[in-house]
Design a protein around this ligand. Structure first.
Ligand code: ADP
Ligand code: ADP
Ligand code: ZN
Length: 212
């Protein structure tokens, strides 16, 4: 008997590239888990670790220490039959760790220009109940401030202010661009044009997964 394993997908891209938006759709379409370090850390912001709380790093737009994040990811992947991993790895040492604990079926990168990223992040609004993403211009809810999915209140993340966004983008360039380069050098990276509509981006992702 052939056991039908869930797909194991890595979705890379800058802050604001659309990883959360696309991961949610992928998880529903392929019936796999959405593993996202950002959401996991936000749910445990005040957890005491030997390095301090996640909040103390996230507020400044800095990376939370690898040891904290690696542990979260390992536990989540162990439990999953198929997943889309979003927000990890963010530096080469995390990428090295991931290669020891996971076998990936696909590595995708959403490509979006920096000027567009700033506008997407500063206009992002997130449901305080279910985490669904909206945007004040590009992806408006039916009723301002209210989640279409669950009726929850839409809020702006603390780190989606212009100043912290700039810091996150520079952390991305310095730490995470080399991760994308690494997968490109390995010949496994599929680049997706992330500046299309969410539906078009999703179609391109699905096409690339079906080819894989
Ligand atoms: P975005 O989706 O806008 O890129 P995330 O929700 O993924 O933002 O991440 C928010 C913050 O959480 C990051 O700025 C960082 O402080 C922390 N974080 C998330 N994932 C990681 C990771 N893999 N390594 C270190 N820090 C992380
Ligand atoms: P990431 O998880 O990579 O940080 P998100 O999925 O949260 O990115 O998207 C960032 C913001 O941009 C959100 O407000 C989202 O609604 C919006 N967005 C996502 N995809 C697109 C797109 N293709 N075009 C325009 N805006 C988008
Ligand atoms: Zn909601």
């Amino acid at each position: 008997m052939v056991v039908d394993m869930g797909k194991r997908i890595l979705l890379l891209g800058a802050p604001g590239a659309g990883k959360g938006t696309q991961s949610k759709r992928l998880a529903e379409t392929y019936d796999i888990d959405h593993v996202t370090t950002g959401d996991a850390l936000r749910a445990n912001k005040d957890m005491e670790t030997e390095y301090g709380t996640p909040r103390s790093f996230m507020e400044k737009g800095e990376l939370v220490p690898d040891a904290v994040v690696n542990e979260i990811v390992e536990a989540a992947l162990e439990d999953a039959d198929g997943y889309v991993l979003d927000g990890y790895p963010r530096n080469l040492s995390q990428a090295e760790y991931l290669s020891e604990i996971a076998d990936l079926d696909a590595v995708l990168s959403l490509e979006v220009a920096e000027s567009e990223l700033v506008e997407r992040l500063t206009g992002r609004r997130v449901c305080s109940e279910c985490g669904t993403n909206f945007h004040v211009k590009f992806n408006q809810p039916e009723e301002a401030g209210v989640c279409d999915e669950c009726g929850g209140e839409l809020i702006q993340r603390d780190d989606d202010t212009e100043e912290t966004v700039r810091e996150r983008l520079s952390v991305f360039e310095e730490n995470t661009e080399p991760v994308i380069e690494h997968y490109r050098d390995e010949g496994v990276l599929v680049e997706i044009d992330g500046e299309q509509t969410p539906d078009e981006v999703f179609d391109d992702i699905v096409d690339s997964l079906d080819d894989a």
